[in-house]
Design a protein around this ligand. Structure first.
Ligand code: ADP
Ligand code: MG
Length: 146
């Protein structure tokens, strides 16, 4: 079973369910030192265009969005330093669903572990837009944490 899942990827957005997904992935990885763990966070810097309108304001907003994501990943790196496995964090820029799928296509993990929902706070449907997109497009198995 663990041989089947020797490369695990966790898409992380700092939501409670993505934290739960990361905990689960760490527990899985700790079963065998050969398992590698990659945590990825995607920052949609283009979305600021719609929020703030003026093009002149994009660059500082983009920078602060990337800085926030870097801080999040630094915290995760601290947490991962206790884990004996090979671990890595990745900051991706672009629409989350597409960035995550590009990463999965490139890296071909054995398992993707992610939350059913994220930061939007909407609860009417079981999956969020990102988890829905990834489950549909991923060529690799996806484990949804709820
Ligand atoms: N920007 C992102 N980068 C990486 N992973 C993400 C990102 N956004 C969401 N995810 C992953 O997708 C899961 C579901 O989030 P999402 O589909 O965005 O739901 P919601 O619509 O509630 O925000 C999260 O728990 C997380 O694992
Ligand atoms: Mg979301």
């Amino acid at each position: 079973m663990l041989d089947m899942f020797s490369k695990i990827v966790v898409p992380f957005d700092n939501s409670e369910l993505s934290k739960k997904a990361l905990e689960m992935a760490i527990t899985l990885a700790k079963q065998d030192e050969k398992i590698t763990l990659d945590v990825i966070t995607a920052v949609d810097t283009n979305s600021s265009v719609y929020v703030y309108g003026a093009y002149t304001s994009i660059d500082p907003i983009r920078k602060s969005m990337l800085e926030d994501a870097k801080k999040t990943l630094n915290d995760i790196e601290k947490k991962l330093s206790d884990v004996p496995n090979k671990t890595q964090t990745h900051l991706l820029e672009g629409s989350p669903g597409k960035s995550i799928i590009d990463f999965i296509n490139r890296e071909q993990p054995d398992l993707v572990v992610m939350g059913s929902r994220g930061l939007s706070g909407l609860k009417e449907v079981f999956l969020g837009s990102v988890s829905h997109y990834v489950v549909q497009k991923s060529p690799r198995p996806v484990f949804i944490v709820k």
